[in-house]
Design a protein around this ligand. Structure first.
Ligand code: MLT
Length: 263
């Protein structure tokens, strides 16, 4: 897939763009990169333009600052759309990528055709989670590699942890490419993100929310409540937070049918 670069607020960003038709912008999660979508994108139907972006401090993109708020990253997505002369797009985000997509939905609703949230959450961090993020930031500042090595396996369900040791090793290798500044800035940004649950109730476009029963970091019951909102179509998976690696076929089937039937 051909990658290209563009500039936003003085920093350089890398994205990929393939196919023709309705534009879908894919936003990876924390410690991931645009490469997380590589096995999934070829399985999607023809007639879709697939654009994937490296968020600040991740993959091959530069950092923007010391705090990457979800709003800053939503501005970057808008800048990418302008660069490509896109009028409207569907945003598909994994986890933190979903938080960015929801910030975009708040500030740029006229440019959205639909939202896909994979293992993501519309609510703000609880006090406990904010506290854990502050602890993680302190660890990353001392030893970013040790933090990343222990963080990635913790995202998988117990059974896929045994089954997918190669995929976990590859995901960890990818994650280790994230700059320490990028890791801290994303943690700071996630910590201060506000609640955006009303978007799920009032959006004038369709929303697909995919949640997994054994997600170790996003409690399934909390996501199940969010899937009840009017604009949301919910799909339930069985394993952990890394659905693109743990249940790729089921994830692909859910995306295909949403793109075909709802958009
Ligand atoms: C992610 O997978 O993007 C993050 O772990 C989500 C989070 O920490 O809330």
């Amino acid at each position: 897939m051909a990658s290209f670069e563009f500039h936003h607020k003085g920093a350089r960003f890398i994205a990929e763009d393939e196919g023709r038709g309705r534009a879908v912008i894919f936003l990876h999660g924390f410690l991931e990169s645009r490469r997380m979508w590589r096995d999934l994108l070829p399985s999607l139907p023809k007639g879709i333009r697939k654009i994937s972006l490296d968020l600040p401090g991740h993959g091959d993109s530069e950092n923007l600052s010391y705090v990457h708020s979800m709003e800053d990253m939503a501005d970057l997505v808008r800048s990418l759309m302008k660069h490509l002369y896109l009028r409207k797009a569907v945003l598909c985000g994994h986890s933190m990528g979903g938080y960015v997509a929801l910030a975009f939905a708040e500030f740029y609703p006229d440019y959205l055709k639909g939202l896909i949230l994979i293992n993501s959450n519309s609510r703000a961090d609880s006090e406990e989670r904010k506290h854990n993020r502050s602890r993680a930031i302190a660890v990353v500042k001392k030893n970013p590699k040790a933090y990343i090595r222990q963080a990635i396996p913790m995202l998988f369900s117990p059974s896929s942890k045994n089954r997918l040791s190669d995929a976990i090793a590859r995901a960890s290798e990818e994650a280790l490419k994230t700059s320490a500044q990028g890791v801290v800035a994303a943690l700071e940004g996630m910590k201060i993100r506000p609640d955006r649950e009303p978007i799920l109730a009032f959006a004038p476009y369709p929303i697909l929310m995919i949640a997994a029963k054994q997600d170790p970091i996003l409690p399934f019951e909390m996501l199940q409540e969010q899937m009840q909102h009017r604009a949301v179509q919910g799909v339930v998976l069985e394993e952990g937070h890394m659905s693109h690696l743990e249940e790729p076929e089921t994830l692909s089937a859910a995306l295909k049918s949403f793109l075909r039937d709802k958009l």
